[in-house]
Design a protein around this ligand. Structure first.
Ligand SMILES: [Zn+2]
Length: 211
């Protein structure tokens, strides 16, 4: 990106690179293609961006036990069932990223991050977006980006179809130029990722194959 670090100050949002989402750590909700090599690639890219002057932020799922997104919190439901809750669609997942569990730990060097934003802490609302949960409650992410004078965002991580999608789109809504790096983003399924990519493009997100 020609403008990076020059005309516009760039923030990097590394989405949910937590043990439970990785094959490397045998996570509860391991997304395919997230072995050690992928995580190393994310670490190197993030380090490169930091060296070039970008501010680096992580988001992380931080769910209480019994969270609404866990299939185990509902009777007779299974993983990937889709239910309606108060007019919202909720996909059901295996219990993951429970607060203070080892699976919730970020698996990148924490020294890379200027700030870490936790999301999904309200038992009754899921939060794919790093900016706000499904109940509309904001995280501190936008305030941090404003305080740091960020004008454009680079977003990648896990996973394209859910949390990268929601965070990138909310980034555009918040007024940032947003670029998603495809090679640094894992997919839960190709079908939902294709749909997610279309949603993001329609919202004004730009895609870049590699850093
Ligand atoms: Zn979650």
């Amino acid at each position: 990106m020609e403008t990076r670090g020059q005309q516009k100050s760039t923030g990097v949002i590394v989405v949910d690179v937590q043990g439970d989402f990785t094959e490397w750590k045998n996570g509860a909700l391991a997304v395919s293609g997230t072995g050690k090599a992928f995580i190393d690639k994310l670490g190197q890219a993030t380090s490169t961006l930091k060296s070039s002057g970008c501010k680096i932020y992580a988001t992380m799922d931080w769910h209480p036990s019994g969270h609404i997104s866990f299939f185990t919190s509902h009777n007779n439901k299974k993983i990937m069932d889709v239910i309606r809750v108060d007019g919202r669609t909720q996909v059901l997942w295996p219990p993951h990223c429970v607060q203070h569990s080892s699976g919730a730990e970020l698996v990148l060097d924490k020294g890379l991050f200027d700030a870490v934003v936790k999301k999904g802490q309200n038992k009754n609302f899921d939060s794919y977006s790093g900016f706000k949960d499904d109940g509309g409650e904001s995280t501190e992410l936008l305030d941090i980006l404003k305080k740091d004078g960020i004008e454009q965002l680079i977003v990648y991580g896990i996973a394209m179809d859910y949390c990268v999608r929601a965070t990138a789109i909310d980034g555009v809504y918040a007024g940032f130029d947003v670029t998603v790096i495809e090679d640094l983003t894992a997919l839960i399924t190709p079908e939902t990722s294709l749909k997610a990519k279309q949603d993001m493009i329609n919202s004004g997100v730009v895609f870049q194959k590699q850093l």
